[in-house]
Design a binder for this molecule. Structure first.
Ligand code: SF4
Length: 235
């Protein structure tokens, strides 16, 4: 097993492994992840189509897979319903990580509607800090990001060292297209968020997610009006 990466040789090892797994199906990459890291790897989901497809794959490979999400307290009701549907369908519990601050405590400390005045700070408090707690004690985490989702994700490798969070990051869907994800969902009858059928290709918190217009980037509806397309989880 690879030790935690703290020198160039080990980062190079990850690069070699990533190259070897690049053309493998996501299930094979997940099998490698569970064999390599056992219970010290967890899957993060935001309940997007990629995330639900990945849960379906992961449960087939390892029914005891640890899966978590970041509950900001302001997710859409449809997202919470989807979480429960997934838990019922796959007989699992998706672990919730939350901010230490309730929404009212956040408003008292930083002002009302922080997502309007300082969304970066709001994301830090409600997403990044909980993610830090979720990753504590892990050697690796699995994400559902794809390279063609946004320029910021274009260089994601199948396996890579996550410098921001200091552990291995595994992206089994890195080379998949949106079409491949939806084909998988339809073919395998995977639950998905009904908001995707209403013009919301990317869904986050209620306050920071709008539907998109034809021709817009999939993430154009996130933080509309701000120069922000990522919450900071991925570097
Ligand atoms: S997406 Fe919006 S509401 Fe959610 S944590 Fe970030 S700024 Fe806050």
């Amino acid at each position: 097993m690879l030790a935690l990466v703290d020198n160039k040789t080990e980062v190079d090892d990850l690069t070699i492994i990533s190259d070897q797994l690049e053309d493998e199906p996501p299930e094979t990459i997940l099998e490698w992840a569970f064999a390599q890291y056992g219970d010290r790897v967890a899957i993060a989901t935001g309940f997007g189509p990629e995330g639900t497809a990945l849960i379906d794959m992961a449960v087939r490979v390892n029914s005891a897979a640890k899966i978590f999400y970041l509950d900001t307290g302001v997710l859409f009701p449809e997202t919470y319903d989807l979480k429960e549907s997934l838990e019922r369908k796959y007989s699992l519990r998706i672990i919730s990580y939350q901010s230490d601050l309730s929404l009212s405590q956040q408003a008292d400390k930083y002002g009302a509607e922080l997502w309007k005045t300082n969304p970066d700070l709001c994301c830090k408090l409600r997403k990044l800090d909980p993610l830090k707690e979720a990753l504590t004690g892990l050697d690796a985490w699995v994400t559902a990001i794809r390279r063609d989702q946004s320029p910021a994700r274009a260089n994601a490798r199948v396996v890579e060292w996550d410098q921001k969070w200091n552990l291995v990051k595994i992206n089994p869907l890195a080379r998949w297209t949106k079409r491949e994800v939806w084909d998988y969902i339809i073919h395998n009858n995977v639950p998905y968020n009904p908001l995707h059928d209403l013009g919301y290709p990317s869904i986050g918190c209620t306050h920071c997610t709008k539907p998109i217009q034809i021709g817009e980037d999939d993430r154009a509806g996130r933080w509309r009006g701000f120069n922000k397309t990522e919450c900071g989880l991925h570097g």
